[in-house]
Design a protein around this ligand. Structure first.
Ligand SMILES: Nc1ncnc2c1ncn2[C@@H]1O[C@H](COP(=O)(O)OP(=O)(O)OP(=O)(O)O)[C@@H](O)[C@H]1O
Length: 527
């Protein structure tokens, strides 16, 4: 089309000659057809790439160690929203960039056929633009990273708004503090950085189009004044150079998506979600089974959370042996390390020093099979609506209904194809639903982090006197964190923590006795 327009412009058109019109129309149809086809292919490719990116990212979130984000829940929230949203355009723009680079190559080869000396002048101008753009990109890179971090802070404060809604509704002074002292400055910082980077990029775009017009101006001038080229050559070249400005402008403007997207890629790398890494090894182990065991032991284990001051440990050093089938209570004051101990036992945290042994064999690096031995309810548990068995299959509706009834939830929650109808219950009722999930999973070790704290007296009693002994009777190992001292006597063993150390480890001499006296009423037997 370009060459046809050039031929018409340089040779002229005779009055009444419709042939060039038809030829032009033919070329335009070809441009439309190939343009539409390429856009369709690009859209499909872009859609596939974005979908693949989302699948990859969510898989990596699943694979990511709990420990990595233990202190930074807002990071995961922000990454899922911000990073996916900004990497997607980067992925989408990649094929378009390739397409425009190809156009540039085609136009340049056409221009080379028109006039190599004029192309050399144009290349000089474009070279300056490319070098200036690259320098700007390097300069803005740190700003883009700072912008990503500033947005992270904004997300953290947004979380205050959703999770602290009730507190904020009650306390106008706090609501004002969050809005004026936290959110507004954080948004202000993000806005400043956004203005800086987009001003820089906008300046670069304006500069690039000026350079292209300047190059056309200089080409016309030098073409006539110094190189004494024929008018037709200069005109053909100028039209070609103006065609070239479109793809060049696109490539320069893509720097926005590239800048934001690569900042998000670097952010993912920082939080351990590197898209280049290979998560397949851990994924392959997910299906692994725990295997038979008799004793889990911690030897000289210490743990310190990231960001804690040097030398301060949350737990340890600790030595602890747990026998299969034991009903163990972990007790102690707030912050004494009970939850941390539980996370270490389940190898959700990795000891800083010491090791976890299964039947005297160190656990090693592949912790997945060991984790499959555990099911339980964390202090800050999350409730999934789908009830699955140990191998991930939906539990039968009939079985779920039986469990719901035994947990006093039969009339509150319906079930259809393994999915619970609602999770919006009271805190105590939600904990019972969480317990239902544990029964569905039916693993070797059941753990409970202050499960009974939100239960009414009846259910609390039922938990300690019926549920826990039932689990033990089924051969399960039970580790329960508790403050309910009136039930301590029901455990086989009570381990007490203080300031991260075990200060007492008491075993009952006759583990059978207390259970014989326990409440075994049929209407509350689970399963
Ligand atoms: N995610 C975390 N990041 C940093 N420090 C933590 C984190 N979780 C716990 N800690 C610290 O580790 C220590 C032990 O905490 P842990 O939650 O294990 O105590 P706990 O005995 O379960 O307390 P509680 O009875 O209040 O639940 C505390 O000093 C606490 O400040």
């Amino acid at each position: 089309l370009l060459s046809h327009i050039n031929a018409m412009a340089t040779h002229g058109v005779h009055a009444g000659d419709t042939a060039p019109l038809w030829e032009g129309a033919g070329w335009l149809v070809a441009v439309l057809a190939t343009g539409a086809a390429s856009q369709f292919i690009l859209a499909r490719l872009g859609g596939d790439l974005v979908a693949q990116l989302r699948i990859d990212l969510s898989r990596r979130f699943v694979d990511l160690e709990y420990e990595t984000l233990a202190n930074e829940k807002h990071t995961i929230f922000g990454s899922l929203i911000e990073d996916v949203a900004s990497i997607a355009p980067l992925v989408l723009v990649a094929p378009l960039l390739a397409y425009n680079v190809l156009l540039v190559v085609l136009y340049v080869s056409y221009l080379a056929s028109v006039s190599p000396p004029l192309l050399a002048i144009l290349a000089g101008f474009l070279g300056v633009t490319v070098v200036a753009s690259m320098a700007l990109e390097r300069f803005l890179r740190r700003r883009f990273d700072a912008l990503r971090d500033a947005n992270e802070k904004v997300f953290e404060y947004f979380r205050y708004l959703s999770e602290g809604k009730k507190e904020l509704a009650l306390n106008a002074a706090r609501a004002k503090h969050v809005a004026d002292e936290l959110i507004r400055p954080a948004i202000g910082r993000s806005r400043r950085l956004m203005v800086q980077v987009h001003t820089g990029l906008g300046f670069n775009e304006a500069w690039t189009s000026t350079v292209i017009y300047a190059s056309v101006f200089v080409i016309v001038y030098i073409g006539y004044a110094s190189l004494a080229l024929p008018q037709t050559t200069i005109m053909r070249f100028v039209i070609g150079a103006l065609f070239l400005s479109g793809p060049v402008a696109f490539i320069v403007s893509a720097a926005r998506q590239v800048g934001v997207g690569t900042a998000s890629l670097r952010h993912l790398q920082r939080v351990g979600l590197d898209l280049d890494g290979d998560g397949s090894s851990r994924r392959s182990a997910v299906q692994g089974k725990g295997g038979a065991w008799q004793r889990i032991a911690l030897r000289g284990v210490t743990y310190a959370y990231a960001g804690e001051e040097e030398g301060r440990v949350a737990l340890g050093p600790i030595d602890l042996d747990i026998q299969r089938g034991e009903l163990l209570f972990i007790v102690g004051g707030n912050g004494s390390g009970k939850s941390t101990l539980l996370l270490l036992l389940a190898s959700l945290l990795t000891p800083r020093t010491g090791e976890l042994l299964i039947d005297d064999v160190p656990l090693g690096r592949d912790t997945q099979p060991h984790r499959q031995r555990f099911t339980g309810v964390f202090g800050d548990f999350f409730l999934f609506p789908h009830v699955l068995d140990a191998s991930g299959r939906p539990l039968s509706d009939e079985r779920i209904r039986t469990l719901l009834t035994s947990l006093g939830l039969g009339s509150l929650v319906q079930v259809e194809q393994g999915e619970l109808s609602k999770l919006t219950l009271s805190t105590g009722q939600r904990k019972r639903l969480a317990l239902l999930q544990c029964y569905a999973e039916d693993r070797d070790i059941f753990f409970f982090d202050e499960w009974a704290a939100d239960q009414d007296t009846h259910f609390r009693d039922y938990f300690y006197r019926t549920l826990l002994p039932d689990l033990k009777a089924q051969g399960k190992t039970v580790v329960a964190i508790t403050h309910d001292d009136r039930y301590f006597a029901l455990a086989d063993r009570v381990v007490k923590l203080e300031s991260g150390r075990i200060v007492s480890d008491t075993r009952r001499r006759d583990p059978g006795v207390a259970y014989a006296a326990g409440d075994q009423s049929a209407d509350h037997r689970v399963g």
